[in-house]
Design a protein around this ligand. Structure first.
Ligand code: GDP
Length: 365
């Protein structure tokens, strides 16, 4: 470009033509040179047993993967971690959206780590997470204090479709966390029914968070969920809500009296607290530790864990049988035709199902 300053008029002043901007990236740096090496099952196990949270996180991603090759490594890692698992307290925490689960878990976690030491993993089972893109624990910032605590590990719900699949992955993640030295596990679940059953089948203590409402709170919860609870806690017992919470607690206590005594012989307790103002947190955890002592002494702790292992064996068989059926390419083709014939009214649902299953069993021979 011709610069006017270079004219004779401004003699003595020379402006050089500029040079292009220099790249801020080192052109000699080869891409991929430091790419992450694919870990072997042995590497994962070694890292997990060392308590390395980064390796643990990668192993959990592997467990959650639907890629068959990843699953092979994941199962090997789980198998090898199994002997190091089991030495923890597992607590399920359930409540409808808005009950204050995240606020409470943040406080519970900080309290437990401060009073009892150790390391805490917070996991979740959320069957809706595929649709809502992870509504619970989806955003780690919801647990402000725990998410920056050096002894905590927070993992959102796997989004694996069926509830059975999601729950199995959470259970497998518990094994990995325990092998990595996490001796306290929280499993958060959203209070909508089936996910409670799945959560209950992998924890030692099932805590139900409730809210005081209009005086007819009991109508809203299914009896089955209340029966599963080892403790019911009424949140938001603060400000002008205290009386309502106390009343709700009495109603829950009365309702629990009508239920048969649980197998554990433990009488579920009802407490009130405020997660937001951190009031009554200690009482809840004293209750949970009292329960753990109680069931360890009477043998129920071990019994429940053994029953849970049995349950998960059957769940695993069911899930794999189902997957094997639906993922069979021949069946996948036949299914489409069968579905159409059922919709067109040419075949009954039962006949179509029987024909498909017969074809499947024939393929197995
Ligand atoms: P989640 O959907 O069950 O995880 O519920 P959140 O923890 O997100 O809480 C839902 C809302 O209730 C938030 O606006 C919280 O600030 C509020 N909240 C939670 N705990 C308390 C409490 O103890 N007292 C009061 N007053 N509000 C609370």
């Amino acid at each position: 470009m011709e610069h006017p300053e270079n004219s004779a008029e401004f003699e003595g002043l020379t402006v050089n033509s500029g040079v292009g901007p220099v790249s801020i990236v080192n052109p000699y740096l080869k891409r991929g040179r430091f790419a992450r090496r694919q870990l072997t099952a042995g590497d994962y196990v070694e890292g997990i047993l060392r308590g390395d949270v980064s390796v643990l996180g990668q192993a959990v991603t592997l467990v959650e993967s639907t890629n068959p090759a990843h699953q092979v490594i994941a199962q090997e890692v789980i198998e090898k971690c199994l002997p190091y698992s089991g030495k923890s307290i597992r607590v399920g925490i359930s409540g409808v959206p808005g009950a204050g689960k995240s606020t409470s878990i943040d406080e519970f976690g900080i309290h437990v780590l401060k009073e009892h030491g150790g390391r805490l993993a917070v996991l979740a089972i959320d069957p809706s997470s595929e649709r809502t893109k992870g509504s619970i624990l989806g955003d780690k910032t919801r647990m402000e204090k725990l998410s920056v605590h050096p002894d905590s590990f927070i993992r959102p719900s796997p989004s694996a479709g069926s509830l059975g699949g999601v729950a199995r992955k959470t259970r497998e993640t518990i094994i990995l966390c325990e092998a990595a030295g996490f001796d306290k596990i929280f499993v958060e679940t959203v209070g909508v029914g089936q996910s409670e059953t799945a959560c209950h089948s992998m924890v030692d203590f099932f805590l139900l968070i409730q809210l005081a409402g209009t005086g007819d709170e009991l109508q809203g919860i299914k009896r089955g969920i209340m029966e599963m609870a080892d403790g019911i806690v009424i949140n938001k017992c603060d400000g002008n809500n205290v009386d309502k919470c106390k009343l709700a607690a009495t109603q829950f206590r009365n309702a629990l009296q009508l239920f048969p005594k649980p197998e554990s012989n433990w009488e579920p307790k009802v407490l009130t607290y405020s997660g937001f103002y951190a009031i009554g947190i200690k009482e809840i955890w004293d209750m949970i530790y009292e329960y753990i002592d109680f069931v360890k002494k009477n043998g129920y702790f071990e019994f429940r864990r053994a029953e849970q292992s049995k349950y998960w064996m059957y769940e695993s068989i069911n899930e794999q049988l189902r997957n094997n059926f639906y993922q069979n390419p021949t069946i996948a083709d036949l299914l489409k035709a069968a579905e159409k014939s059922v919709l067109d009214g040419q075949r009954s649902s039962f006949v179509a199902a029987k024909q498909l299953l017969d074809s499947y069993f024939a393929l197995l021979h």
